[in-house]
Design a protein around this ligand. Structure first.
Ligand SMILES: [Zn+2]
Length: 329
């Protein structure tokens, strides 16, 4: 929400808004204008606008604040209504973030109530409660999200637009372990891993965002890049802090740029696939990154393994360190 307000205010300075509303002010200083107060009746100007701080203050009625505050006072709107009045798009974006936030929190609460979800995590070797909390891993049992969010006041149309429910009105994520996707605390999408027979990977419509948990590793001297969130979780649990995840072997433009502008060394630890797809993706990415001056090391996992299964089969951090040391350019 805060980010959206800042963006909105950057796009529409207070003075510009006032002028659009036919307010006229005289220059009263390097960053100051003064004129008649639009908020109360007066004949001598006491309404000051500071363009550097982008705020107003009236010595007559004592009111002051920023653009949003001015709209609240002059139109008698609430904070949210003022935002909607100023920029419907900004509000829609803020609403969608709030909706995903509520959804993620709901799925997080569900996790402990479904033994099949917890045992799936354990089968994938993920058991550290602190890490599960930190990554905000949840469970979408299916069939109860729509009702919950409707009770929270969200309309069918809003849930549909976010892709949280299908056209038939059923939950889109069904029997899936859910990871909220950042950046940071700002959720832009959800990833759902099926624990049943459905197609393994599912995202909500829209961008999957940048590299997973990028803000934690962007200043490291080297990062380990994996393709799946379970690989990520396994490495984090094993004590590796400098891990990030591209959510698939195909990096989007944002993700690629992050790697180019980020740590000087990237260890690529994609899956060792029977059909060679992980290996081919590694080769391709290594070439592209090298062309941008990034030093790439290819981590060779044992045949048919990914970092997650590597740890599940009983290997430890020490052994993975050896793989990193043996990684070739
Ligand atoms: Zn006033």
């Amino acid at each position: 929400m805060g980010q959206h307000v800042e963006r909105l205010k950057r796009g529409l300075p207070l003075l510009k808004y006032l002028q659009q509303q036919n307010w006229t002010g005289q220059r009263a200083g390097r960053f100051e204008y003064v004129g008649l107060c639009p908020l109360h009746e007066e004949t001598r100007p006491s309404f000051y606008v500071n363009t550097r701080k982008d705020v107003f203050y009236c010595h007559g009625c004592g009111q002051g604040g920023d653009l949003i505050r001015f709209v609240q006072l002059s139109r008698q709107l609430s904070f949210r209504q003022s935002l909607a009045y100023l920029d419907p798009q900004a509000v829609q974006a803020a609403d969608s973030t709030a909706l995903l936030e509520q959804t993620a929190a709901f799925y997080q609460q569900q996790l402990d109530h479904y033994p099949e979800a917890v045992s799936y995590l354990h089968r994938r070797g993920i058991h550290d409660p602190a890490l599960i909390r930190e990554l905000r891993i949840g469970y979408a049992p299916g069939g109860n999200l729509r009702r919950y969010l409707t009770l929270q006041g969200h309309s069918f149309a809003v849930l549909r637009r976010a892709g949280l429910i299908n056209a038939q009105g059923t939950d889109a994520l069904y029997q899936r372990i859910v990871f909220p996707l950042g950046p940071g605390e700002h959720i832009v999408n959800l990833y759902g891993r099926s624990i049943g027979v459905a197609f393994a990977h599912r995202f909500l419509p829209g961008s999957k965002g940048g590299l997973y948990a990028w803000e934690k590793v962007r200043h490291c001297s080297a990062v380990i890049l994996v393709e799946g969130l379970f690989d990520y979780a396994a490495l984090r649990q094993a004590g590796f802090c400098n891990v990030t995840c591209s959510l698939g072997t195909h990096l989007n433009t944002d993700q690629f740029r992050q790697l180019c502008d980020g740590p000087p060394t990237v260890y690529v630890a994609f899956d060792d696939d029977a059909n060679q797809s992980g290996q081919r993706a590694t080769e391709q990415l290594a070439h592209q990154l090298a062309a941008h001056g990034v030093s790439v090391r290819r981590v060779l996992l044992p045949e048919r393994h990914d970092p997650n299964s590597f740890f599940v089969q009983g290997e430890d951090a020490h052994r993975f360190h050896s793989l990193l040391e043996a990684a070739r350019p």
